[in-house]
Design a protein around this ligand. Structure first.
Ligand code: DX5
Ligand code: ZN
Length: 226
């Protein structure tokens, strides 16, 4: 099981959704050289979100070519039936959407039993209260700062307050943020309390992934110091 970062650590997790899928292995190697901390792997089912992406076979292939932690974000309905397959294929983290889990407590127990770290993701409209009685099973919270389903959308400013609320209520929890994170938004998410930063188009639209990862990390750290 991977070590979880503390709330003091800053991690950059490029989202492979924006990678060139014809050269996925090469993209992953470039991200390792670029200093990425986690690889964010977005799974979409065309039901929870209006889009399809990749699943278990692609994860299995990627697992063979990288030792970076693979952070699997399940934007799917009824995730329980697939948790075992993703764990077996090499997921280090499994994040479920709170809105997709009728029995969230049990789902988080299942993730732990599979030897993975458990994340709970909240859509932009979802209040933080649903975390209150499961927090002992949560390794990290994923705050969606766009409506999930597509890369390249704009950061929703109302979500910054939600990050701050989670940080206030659970000072030590790891908070990942996902959606519209790039050079002009990473600072406000960091200032509010996020410490793991997913970025798809913010990294892959840049010619030099190393420079992009470095810039995001520096801006996140600088915002926090202010
Ligand atoms: C959106 C996905 C994100 C997406 C982020 O539904 O969960 O991980 O790839 O892409 P950007 O950083 O371009 O908003
Ligand atoms: Zn994601």
């Amino acid at each position: 099981m991977i070590d979880m970062p503390t709330s003091k650590d800053v991690l950059i997790a490029p989202s492979l959704l924006s990678a060139d899928f014809a050269f996925l292995g090469d993209e992953v190697r470039k991200l390792k050289d670029a200093g990425a901390d986690w690889l964010h792997f977005d799974v979409m089912d065309g039901r929870f979100v209006p889009n399809l992406s990749v699943g278990v076979p692609v994860l299995k292939s990627l697992r063979r070519v990288t030792d970076l932690p693979i952070d699997v974000h399940l934007m799917i309905v009824e995730p329980d039936s697939l948790l075992g397959a993703f764990a077996k294929a090499g997921a280090d983290t499994l994040t479920v959407q709170a809105e997709a889990c009728t029995h969230l407590h049990r789902t988080l127990q299942n993730i732990h039993n599979l030897g993975c770290r458990a994340g709970v993701s909240l859509n932009p409209h979802t209040p933080v209260d649903c975390l209150a009685y499961v927090m002992e099973l949560v390794d990290f919270v994923l705050v969606m700062t766009v409506n999930p389903g597509f890369g390249g959308q704009s950061y929703i400013d109302a979500c910054t307050g939600k990050i701050a609320e989670i940080r206030r209520r659970w000072p030590d929890v790891c908070i990942e943020v996902d959606g519209g994170i790039k050079a002009d938004t990473v600072g406000k998410a960091s200032c509010a309390g996020a410490n793991v930063f997913v970025s798809g188009s913010g990294v892959f639209s840049q010619p030099d992934y190393g420079a992009a990862v470095k810039e995001l990390r520096q801006l996140a750290l600088r915002a926090r110091a202010q």
